[in-house]
Design a protein around this ligand. Structure first.
Ligand code: NAD
Ligand code: UFG
Length: 339
């Protein structure tokens, strides 16, 4: 099976490519390097012994995509490419809708032209907005999004559903990720955000390695056991395995397939900090700050549907996540940049 991975040099894409290659799937990568480093390709090769074919280019260029599809017969596409910073999306909505929504439409047009009708899309728990109840199931209401990033994910989900309504031969899989953290156990690959990290785990790792002074904990007055925000953190390797399960179980089957990819367990900011300190062997300095606008109190997934229909379940715990994140950051203090 030949699978095209858009955004395959990014954080989740690169870990998924490693698992795909190790599962014997021929992996072809497209990336415009807007948020990734070509060094990732070397790391994938070091881990797997195979260098996947890489096409540098932008999914918004139909000519570029046509050329890739004309060179290799692809059976399925996993579509990670897009912009993902919530705060930045508020300041740059045009860029976010262009990359995430327009980019997906160009990709779908090129796929249709080449007769390819199987896509797995990287969606997000953000499409559920502020959930009325937890755990969140796949049938919980969506669309009440609070920022252009979240709205762009929801819009793509709608576009894909309308496409399927127009042509039932498509296989459309929406994977709604909860909070991906962790790194490859080799220490060779991990999360390497450009600039100041927006997310909790890369901020903690950069404080722990001495690149930043202290973590700001955004709010300790939420209606949660210790007052800090609770999320469903999932190890990126479990998430990667979830994509393999989706490729095997549903990507050849026509219709719409929607799954939450999470662990079903909530962890607070202070619990994550304490687990991380255990892993790195010293306390991580922090300060309690006001709530971050737009944040919700708590969110975790119901995992029952993925377990039943994908035969997939996350197996790594919070200690695995903090240990692997720390190994990656301590062995690569500047990420993929060569100093
Ligand atoms: P990432 O930024 O590390 O990876 C995205 C990759 O896509 C990057 O390598 C970037 O260079 C590439 N890219 C961006 N725009 C492109 C374009 N127009 N053409 C070609 N390549 C392009 O992000 P990630 O954390 O790996 O996330 C992957 C996907 O999962 C994204 O769609 C993101 O929205 C979604 N997601 C991420 C999270 C998370 O917390 N990391 C949570 C839910 C959903
Ligand atoms: N947090 C801090 N300090 C920080 C960063 C985060 O206290 O410096 C807290 C947040 O307030 C929240 C928790 O840590 O309580 C997790 O925050 P993240 O920014 O890591 O993650 P979010 O849950 O806000 O959002 C992430 C991605 C979204 C994605 C969503 C899916 O950023 O793109 O997970 O659940 F949609």
């Amino acid at each position: 099976m030949n699978v095209l991975v858009t955004g395959g040099l990014g954080y989740i894409g690169s870990h998924t490519c490693v698992q795909m290659i190790e599962a014997g799937i021929t992996t072809v990568i497209i990336d415009n390097l807007s948020n990734s480093n070509p060094e990732v390709l070397n790391r994938i090769e070091s881990i797997t012994g195979i260098r996947p074919r890489f096409f540098e280019g932008d999914i918004r260029s139909e000519r570029f995509l046509d050329s890739v599809f004309s060179q290799i017969r692809i059976h399925s596409v996993i579509h990670f490419a897009g912009l993902k910073a919530v705060g930045e999306s508020v300041a740059k909505p045009i860029e976010y809708y262009d990359n995430n929504v327009n980019g997906t439409l160009v990709l779908l047009r090129a796929m249709r032209k080449s007769g390819l009708k199987s896509i797995i899309f990287s969606s997000s728990a953000t499409v559920y907005g502020d959930p009325e109840t937890v755990p969140i199931t796949e049938s919980s209401p969506t669309g009440n999004t609070t920022n252009p990033y979240g709205t762009s994910k929801w819009m793509v989900e709608r576009c894909l559903q309308d496409l399927l309504a127009s042509d039932p031969a498509w296989s459309i899989t929406l994977l709604r990720y909860f909070n991906p953290v962790g790194a490859h156990t080799s220490g060779l690959m991990g999360e390497d955000p450009k600039g100041i990290p927006n997310n909790l785990m890369p901020f903690i790792t950069q404080v722990a390695v001495g690149r930043r002074e202290k973590l700001s904990v955004f709010g300790d007055d939420y209606p949660t056991p210790d007052g800090t925000g609770v999320r469903d953190y999932i190890h990126v390797m479990d998430l990667a395995d979830g994509h393999i399960a989706a490729l095997r179980e549903v990507s050849k089957r026509e219709g719409l397939h929607v799954f939450n990819l999470g662990t079903g367990k909530g962890t607070s900011v202070l619990e994550m900090l304490s687990a991380f300190s255990e892993s790195c062997g010293h306390p991580v300095p922090y300060q309690i700050c006001p709530r971050r606008p737009g944040d919700i109190a708590e969110c975790w997934a119901s995992t029952a549907k993925a377990e039943k229909e994908l035969n997939w379940k996350a197996t790594r715990n919070v200690a695995d996540m903090t240990r692997d994140s720390w190994r990656w950051q301590s062995e690569n203090p500047d990420g993929y940049e060569k100093k």
